[in-house]
Design a protein around this ligand. Structure first.
Ligand SMILES: [Mg+2]
Length: 203
């Protein structure tokens, strides 16, 4: 089996860890609501899904949170609270750096939103080092929908076993495997490194 030509990384729980509770608690405190009430508005209504498929803008998301929770601050302050929930997963970032140094294209493939992406761009220098980026909110489609996987194939110019794809969610991995991509259901960086090395990748 040949070595894959491109490595596609999920973002959340692969390159950066996150804890939505940090955001929920800050927004709840500012709004005079309980975390459970805010969590209900953000998570259990389709609001976050709409944001991450590009059906609503950041401003509409902020306005809806204001309307539903009484959150009193502007979108700048909201964005700071909403997005400051990430931390780097160092061994995975080190693997991407080695791939880049070896001239192997690396891509970000994420269900996410513009508020989170802008925050991560500002906060984490490693994020600038990828060949390209495919985001659900820009594509109007979320993993595991086939449509957004087609975007990866079009943009990278690769398909099938030429692609290796890392994600922490089984349903996302299954959709990649169904297209013939090589896949790693990521949980442990040591194991992921071993699997990438077994494919001939210099990580
Ligand atoms: Mg993830």
């Amino acid at each position: 089996m040949t070595t894959p030509s491109v490595v596609v990384f999920d973002l959340g729980k692969v390159l950066v860890d996150f804890d939505y509770n940090i955001a929920i608690e800050k927004i709840a405190r500012a709004s005079g609501k309980t975390p459970a009430q805010v969590s209900h508005v953000v998570g259990l209504t389709p609001l976050l899904f709409k944001l991450e498929t590009g059906l609503i803008t950041d401003a509409q998301f902020h306005a809806e949170i204001q309307r539903e929770t009484g959150f009193p601050h502007d979108i700048e302050q909201f964005s700071g609270m909403f997005a400051d929930i990430f931390s780097e997963i160092e061994p995975m970032i080190a693997m991407q750096a080695k791939l880049k140094a070896a001239g192997i294209p690396t891509w970000i493939f994420s269900n996410t939103n513009g508020i989170a992406v802008r925050h991560i761009q500002k906060r984490f220098p490693f994020f600038a080092n990828f060949t390209g980026y495919v985001y659900s909110y820009e594509q109007g489609s979320m993993k595991p929908d086939a449509k957004i996987y087609e975007v990866i194939e079009q943009k990278t110019g690769h398909r099938g076993g030429d692609i290796v794809y890392l994600d922490d969610r089984a349903e996302n991995i299954a959709a990649g495997a169904a297209r013939g991509w090589r896949t790693i259901l990521h949980s442990d960086p040591v194991e992921t490194r071993r699997l990438l090395q077994a494919m001939g990748l210099p990580v």
